[in-house]
Design a protein around this ligand. Structure first.
Ligand code: TEU
Ligand code: CA
Length: 549
């Protein structure tokens, strides 16, 4: 990208909105674009530079919009194209950009391309998707599994072939080997860029270079060629942020995506800190105990790998992940303290921080007790499959409560009124019962709220280049209780210390960290002069900015 040396997104914090669950303006129980517009002042006040909108496009909503049936229409439940243009303008007036979710690994099975492709093997759009004959002895072409369970191949009766889908059967994979498909995608991207958007979050972008016949799904051989082509034909030369979702990314592939001379993306979302906490065999449905040493190792590895080239994204949560404070903090004893601690640790790392809606007020996982309360297609599919495999319903619910996607999808908690002020109707998914005390209203009126802590951290990034560019170094890597790192730029040093535990603790500080300076962030009390030993309270965290010794 022919971008300036220091692009705007280096100092930016991005806020993710999941439109369905953010703010409902018309009482149908579903969040919508006018609802988002209504909340822009709140987001401007928080200080975010851009909003990543989860998909708003026309869709049968089998996967809540990650199954698009028209890439150039807004889903009627979310509003109209005019509402969208209004959102872009109103956001821009507040210094906020709109980042769209680009879901082009697959479309909906209701997309006209797929409907046409199903009319016959000679359809003009047949080759926009991936069709194969049955295996020689009959049955699926090969054993690639769908990420949502079962086979990635479904049989299409009337044309007698299987089509490939890495998610549900209602999300057929697009065939990126077809140049005509690629050209159509680029044209569509330019159509949105011309409406003034600030960039794209690219859904499962690491999967577009797939070669199903060789069993290759992620990071296929043509992936980077496609991304360079996309860059050149669409956003290259435009001042936008592009972030690719890449579950398969490693530190070295992240440099391919986001390296400064690569002309691909601004950055990727990598998930190593997420998946390291999953069961190696049963994945997220059997979570492991929290392990700080493992978490520090992964985060530190990425900080160092992208220190000089490439760029990190920083996040604890999103619409697919459990709530950060439930996962890494302590919602029973130290809700506020641990939520602030997590924010401090993440926001003072090098990279662009992403805040998932509600995280800034400490929203938590939901205590659902029956499968009927869940709406997510992945959770419902996995429920069926795991029960068939002999897991007890209670064990499944326990796993879903710990790691299921609906944890992040309950309505945003605005007030202590009915349905948390999200809707005047019946919300499409139940509100978390803790909205009476965890809500935006209460957070706004409390100067020591989690929300105000986030606001301060977002401002700090804009003020201090050491937070944006400082070199990362960690300390006491094997310590299971404390997370300690420094960021150094010129003769400035920022020291961040966090207690990741509900236990108080004594910290012996290495000599070189006996620092004096200004405490720019804290969740109990400001430390300004650090000696050899420190007594830290449960989930205490602070950051001191001083001169390098
Ligand atoms: O997610 C990709 C993805 O692989 C996740 O579904 C993830 O693996 C899973 O939730 C963890 O078990 C993206 C979107 O973020 C997600 O919402 C979509 O469902 C998916 O792609 C398909 O578009
Ligand atoms: Ca609505």
């Amino acid at each position: 990208m022919s971008e300036a040396k220091n692009p705007w997104w280096h100092t930016a914090t991005i806020y993710q909105v999941y439109p369905r669950s953010f703010s409902d303006s018309n009482g149908d129980g579903i969040g919508d674009l006018p609802g988002i517009i209504h909340r822009l002042d709140y987001l401007a006040d928080l200080g975010v530079s851009a909003i990543w909108l989860s998909p708003i496009f026309k869709s049968p909503m089998d996967d809540n919009g990650y199954d698009i049936s028209d890439y150039r229409e807004v889903a009627p439940e979310f509003g109209t194209l005019a509402d969208f243009d209004h959102l872009v303008a109103e956001a821009k007036a507040r210094g906020i950009g709109i980042i769209l979710d680009l879901v082009v690994n697959h479309s909906s099975d209701e997309h006209p391309w797929f409907l046409d492709a199903c009319t016959g093997r000679d359809s003009r759009y047949r080759d926009f998707y991936i069709w194969r004959d049955a295996a020689p002895g009959g049955g699926v072409p090969n054993d690639i599994p769908s990420i949502f369970g079962g086979s990635a191949w479904s049989f299409h009766e009337s044309t007698g072939q299987y089509y490939f889908h890495q998610f549900t059967r209602r999300q057929p994979d697009l065939n990126w080997e077809n140049p005509e498909l690629r050209a159509q995608v680029y044209e569509m991207m330019n159509w949105w860029l011309d409406r003034g958007i600030a960039g794209f979050r690219m859904d499962v972008i690491d999967l577009i270079g797939k070669e199903p016949d060789r069993g290759i799904t992620a990071e296929g051989p043509y992936l980077h060629r496609y991304l360079q082509e996309m860059h050149d034909k669409t956003y290259g030369g435009r001042d936008v942020l592009t972030v690719g979702e890449a579950w398969s990314a490693t530190p070295s592939s992240a440099l391919l995506y986001s390296g400064r001379d690569r002309n691909e993306l601004s950055m990727v979302f990598q998930f190593e800190h997420v998946t390291q906490a999953w069961d190696p065999e049963h994945g997220k449905w059997r979570p492991r105990d929290f392990d700080l040493v493992a978490l520090k190792k992964v985060l530190g590895k990425w900080q160092l790998a992208l220190a000089d080239d490439g760029w990190n994204s920083l996040f604890w949560g999103n619409h697919d992940l459990p709530r950060a404070v439930s996962k890494y903090g302590d919602i029973s004893g130290y809700h506020t303290e641990s939520a602030k601690m997590l924010a401090t640790v993440l926001h003072l790392l090098k990279g662009t921080p992403y805040v998932y809606q509600g995280e800034e007020i400490g929203m938590t996982n939901v205590p659902f007790t029956t499968i009927e309360q869940y709406k997510d297609v992945e959770t419902l599919n996995m429920h069926r499959l795991h029960l068939e495999a002999g897991l007890s319903p209670d064990d499944f619910i326990a796993g879903a409560n710990a790691n299921g996607r609906d944890n992040a999808r309950t309505p945003m908690q605005w007030t202590d009124a009915e349905h948390a002020g999200f809707t005047t109707g019946i919300p499409w998914i139940e509100v978390n019962p803790n909205f009476r005390h965890i809500n935006v209203d209460a957070s706004l009126s409390d100067s020591s709220s989690i929300l105000n802590h986030y606001r301060a951290l977002i401002q700090l990034r804009k003020q201090h280049p050491v937070i944006v560019y400082g070199r990362y170094q960690s300390y006491l890597d094997q310590d299971p209780q404390f997370f300690i790192y420094t960021r150094t730029l010129g003769d400035q040093r920022l020291l961040v210390i966090a207690n990741f535990s509900a236990k108080e603790g004594t910290l012996e500080l290495p000599e070189e960290l006996h620092l004096a300076g200004q405490c720019i962030s804290y969740n109990y009390r400001p430390f300004e002069r650090l000696g050899a030993t420190l007594q830290l309270k449960p989930y205490e965290a602070f950051a001191v900015l001083g001169a390098k010794r």
